[in-house]
Design a protein around this ligand. Structure first.
Ligand SMILES: Cc1ncc(COP(=O)(O)O)c(C=O)c1O
Length: 431
């Protein structure tokens, strides 16, 4: 095949640069094997799949999973929940977030970060992201009002927020920090594990996450009171208490709550998946490093992986880079997909995606399940409803120009080299 033929884009009828199938982006889920089956069958054989009040001699797998995550993150307490959304709601309420309060959430995160704030009866205020594609600390500070109670940094697409600056802002304004670590389990910032910086950190073990229990989440914290309050929120029936019917052990221990409990079957998957985490991270990091090394010479064309607040702690689940314009991004993504790469837009106006605030129409229009418009309209707010019109132009510009490539751990060396070659081919044609 001649060089000219090779360089012809697949979208124009040339040969594909990547000819192998793309593994799906379920890092831990795709590796489920005999060990998970053994743990699940063990729970089923014992015929006890509820975490509390286990028969004598049947240790709780949820409890074991909690201890493993607490140890991994380096905190004293961990509480298994049925999702990260419920972990966020529990943490927000535990931190004292409620009616009249605002919580600052970034424009690039899964919708449930903002939804959790509304479920905690407070109002999300949306902050810009910067070129790290995580919360922009300067905009966070601009958006603080007398109603602000907490900041929710989201370690988006596996990579750390600027935790030095965010924690300094939180300290200066006396705000709680609840880290949404749903997409960054095992990541770190300057040597400290993500999830351990704020009053609470929240994890997701939903199927698309780095490790999975199908559905599931975790609250982590160093603060005993926070842990006990989150425990109360997550268990309306208060089963966990030493004596289910005992009076409150401290004022405020017992109040209304939800059922956000994690089941033993999720715990059974979790104890195995968490052991797979170091291997998954090593593989994703080596895959990403190999692809990025193959893109080095494209720096001259402006193809530079997103800025990292701490590259050493990146979980390496994806590669993101920007091209000069939104229109070019559209062409670039189409051409790269035609080359056989698992590529997507970070944001496209016409492609609905719950990960970008500009698509959260029900929040922008302040739609609520009941007509009074609570909590956007709330006498406790002592201010007009929030104004989401024209929100976060910096974020839509950055995201609109961003090309996103998944990095599943199952990629082979040859896959990585073909991905780099595909990007080179398209970059040479368009830039
Ligand atoms: C950043 C982020 N936060 C929160 C969540 C919610 O997680 P879960 O599905 O476990 O409730 C997700 C899941 O997609 C997420 O990506």
């Amino acid at each position: 095949m001649s060089c000219a033929q090779q360089a012809r884009l697949a979208i124009d009828g040339g040969p594909k640069a990547k000819t192998t199938p793309n593994p799906p982006m379920y890092p831990g889920g795709y590796e489920i094997g005999e060990e998970e089956k053994r743990e699940i069958c063990d729970s089923l054989d014992k015929k006890y799949i509820f975490r509390y009040y286990l028969p004598k001699g049947v240790p709780s797998k949820v409890e074991r999973f909690e201890k493993q995550i607490a140890e991994l993150v380096g905190v004293k307490y961990a509480l298994g929940t049925n999702s990260c959304t419920s972990a966020l709601i529990s943490s927000l309420i535990a931190c004292g977030v409620g009616p009249g309060h605002e919580v600052i959430v970034p424009a690039y995160t899964y919708w449930s970060s903002a939804s959790a704030v509304l479920c905690a009866r407070a109002v999300p205020i949306i902050a810009e992201i910067d070129d790290s594609f995580t919360m922009d600390p300067a905009d966070v500070e601009r958006k603080i009002t007398p109603r602000t109670k907490a900041i929710m940094p989201v370690h988006m697409r596996g990579s750390a927020c600027d935790m030095d600056r965010i924690m300094a802002i939180a300290r200066k304004h006396n705000l709680a920090v609840i880290e949404d670590t749903a997409q960054a389990c095992g990541g770190s910032y300057k040597g400290r594990m993500l999830g351990s910086f704020g009053q609470c950190g929240c994890f997701s073990f939903q199927y698309y996450k780095i490790i999975t229990t199908g559905e599931g989440g975790m609250v982590v914290t160093d603060d005993e009171r926070m842990y006990l309050m989150a425990q109360s929120v997550h268990d309306s029936a208060a089963c966990w208490r030493p004596d289910r019917f005992a009076p409150a052990r401290f004022p405020g221990e017992l109040f209304y709550g939800y059922d956000f409990r994690m089941s033993e079957l999720e715990g059974a998957l979790g104890v195995v998946q968490v052991a797979r985490l170091p291997g998954l991270l090593d593989r994703m990091r080596s895959r990403k490093a190999r692809i990025c090394a193959g893109l080095e010479d494209l720096k001259a064309k402006g193809i530079v992986p997103r800025r990292q607040n701490d590259a050493g702690g990146d979980t390496a689940i994806c590669i993101m880079f920007m091209v000069p314009t939104v229109a070019l991004c559209e062409e670039f993504v189409k051409a790269l997909a035609a080359e056989g790469v698992d590529v997507m837009h970070a944001y496209h106006k016409q492609l609905h995606d719950w990960h970008v605030a500009h698509h959260w129409e029900h929040m922008i229009q302040q739609v609520t399940p009941t007509p009074e418009g609570y909590p956007y309209r709330d006498p406790a707010r002592k201010a007009p409803p929030p104004d989401y019109a024209g929100l976060c132009p910096q974020s839509s510009d950055l995201l609109g120009r961003a090309v996103h490539i998944n990095v599943p751990p199952q990629l082979t060396d040859a896959d990585c080299d073909m991905i780099a070659e595909a990007v080179r081919k398209v970059a040479n044609a368009y830039l």
